[in-house]
Write a protein that binds this ligand. Structure first.
Ligand code: PEP
Ligand code: MG
Length: 524
């Protein structure tokens, strides 16, 4: 029986099912309070060493989250109430759960976003220790397992050894989630939006994360079909690798620039600069993940990427907080966040925070070929105000004698008002089309809602017509136009984007080879 969902990270996996929502195994109550205390200490120690092992392979932001978890686990104040409860006769699992639940309730009741967001970290820690307390060989996921359930925690993803295969199948989830991004960058197949998977199923399943679906209890015919698709995918990926080191060109020899999208400075560690034409989009909101980063932290992050890219361009986008990317202490709570104080709107409203980023960018610009763009621009005044802040900060740095450079300033084209009437922006240095947001706003179908995923297509003629008209406007005015939304890395969308006149795409690093291979197949 096949259930359809949305592909969040392409690939195929065949393996035993592991139920993410299964209740933890029953805890073995010990004979004495002293043994209970030992059990809790051992479980906490186990959780800490797992986290430490995960840090070894984690990138900057994920490592930061994990270090924060270790610090909390090593804080005696957090475990003291649990040890006290064990002293009065509670078993370790109940004592730990009660102590953490009380702490979580305190955080949840806070009137500050930052502390409310930390409740999720505490829940994660609570469950890691509970798992370590009750786990035995039957409750651990088997190698190569397909994890399925309502959602998966980032730590669960990071602690799993994916080198032995496996994948993720979620009832809800979103292609834009943090775990989905990790899955794409590590090549772990993932499908979201499968809907209620009802009764718990056991045995083997087939995960098709190329088209988006899962088959439970496969018949021999389904298995054979699946294996064919899976080996054809592997063969296409293998062939695509041969395109990786070549410049991308269509059958007719039209060159297409292919750059990469990154989120963390450490993302570039795994990319050979020779395989791409630069960074078409560095999302900076992930640097703002836990706390607001100071100027020096941002400067170093931007400088690292610029130095890695050498002479090739690096387009850094100013923080696009809000919408589906809340940042504690920065974004505001709204009933309709995708249409609210998001991207440049929020940066202009909080110019104290924005100016810190602007100074870091101006200083980093001397280390490479930097371009800066603003997200969610809807009207020309927003661009003018942001550019004026750059000019002000530049003058201030100059008067203090600090090394800096003013980079070319461009805008994302992702709000329909800009795509429909680009003439108001004839003075910007470049356009970068954000097809993810442009599509959701044109189609009135949220990008993170599986129920309307069938409407959210960048290949709809309405979206493609807008893209073509922006490309034509850019050609006419001599303004470079690129595209950095996910459609740029989608082999199914690439022919239409080239047909629409685009010659510059920016894609997730894991999609680079496939994108170049898809370009080579386009006739024009
Ligand atoms: C987009 O909207 O297409 C885009 C590239 O930006 P983000 O996905 O970060 O909103
Ligand atoms: Mg966007």
């Amino acid at each position: 029986m096949r259930i359809e969902g949305i592909p969040a990270s392409p690939g195929y996996a065949e393996g035993p099912l592991f139920d993410l929502d299964r209740p933890p195994a029953a805890y073995d109550v010990k004979a004495s309070a002293a043994e209970e205390k030992e059990a809790l200490k051992a479980a906490t120690g186990k959780a800490v060493s797992r986290l430490a092992a995960m840090i070894e392979t984690a990138d900057g932001d994920a490592a930061g989250i994990l270090e924060f978890h270790i610090a909390m686990l090593e804080d005696d104040a957090l475990s003291a109430p649990a040890f006290a409860a064990i002293g009065s006769g509670e078993p370790a699992d109940a004592a730990w759960r009660q102590a953490l639940d009380a702490e979580i309730a305190g955080y949840e009741a806070s009137d500050q976003d930052y502390f409310r967001a930390r409740a999720a970290d505490l829940r994660d820690i609570r469950d890691q220790v509970l798992r370590a307390l009750s786990e035995n060989s039957e409750t651990a996921p088997p190698p190569g397992a397909i994890f399925y359930g309502s959602d998966i925690a980032p730590t669960r993803f990071l602690e799993t050894d994916w080198s032995r295969g496996g994948g993720i199948a979620l009832e809800a989830g979103s292609t834009a989630s943090h775990v989905a991004m990790l899955a794409r960058s590590r090549g772990v197949p993932m499908v979201v939006g499968l809907g209620a998977l009802a009764d718990r199923r056991a045995g083997n399943a087939l995960l098709d994360a190329e088209h988006g679906g899962i088959v439970f209890s496969p018949s021999p015919a389904e298995l054979e079909d699946f294996r064919q698709s899976s080996s054809s995918f592997a063969a296409r990926q293998g062939q695509a690798q041969t395109f990786l080191t070549q410049p991308a060109a269509t059958k007719a020899g039209t060159f297409v620039r292919v750059q990469v999208n990154i989120a963390y400075p450490s993302d570039v560690d795994g990319i050979d600069i020779a395989t791409c034409d630069g960074v078409g989009l560095m999302r900076t909101e992930f640097l703002f993940g836990k706390a607001l980063p100071d100027e020096q932290t941002q400067y170093q992050a931007y400088r690292k990427v610029l130095e890695w890219a050498g002479e090739k361009p690096v387009t850094i986008r100013t923080v696009d907080a809000g919408g589906d990317k809340p940042i504690p202490g920065f974004t505001v709570e709204e009933t309709n966040p995708f249409l609210g104080l998001r991207g440049i709107r929020l940066s202009l409203a909080r110019s104290d925070i924005f100016r810190v980023q602007i100074r870091a960018l101006l200083r980093a610009a001397v280390h490479g070929n930097l371009k800066v763009m603003f997200p969610m621009i809807a009207i020309a005044e927003e661009y003018a105000q942001a550019a004026a802040l750059f000019a002000e900060e530049q003058a201030a740095l100059a008067s203090r004698g600090v090394a800096h450079k003013l980079p070319p300033l461009g805008i994302m084209v992702e709000v329909p008002s800009v795509a429909v009437a680009p003439e108001a922006f004839a003075d910007v240095a470049f356009f970068s089309i954000g097809s993810n947001d442009l599509t959701q706003y044109v189609m009135a179908a949220a990008r993170d809602n599986a129920a309307v995923a069938h409407l959210n297509s960048a290949r709809h003629p309405a979206v493609l017509r807008l893209i073509a008209s922006v490309a034509a406007f850019g050609r006419e005015k001599g303004i470079p136009v690129s595209l950095c939304g996910d459609a740029g890395g989608d082999p199914a969308a690439i022919p239409a984007l080239i047909e629409a006149g685009l010659r510059d795409l920016s894609v997730a690093p894991a999609q680079l080879a496939m994108a170049k291979a898809a370009i080579a197949d386009v006739p024009v």
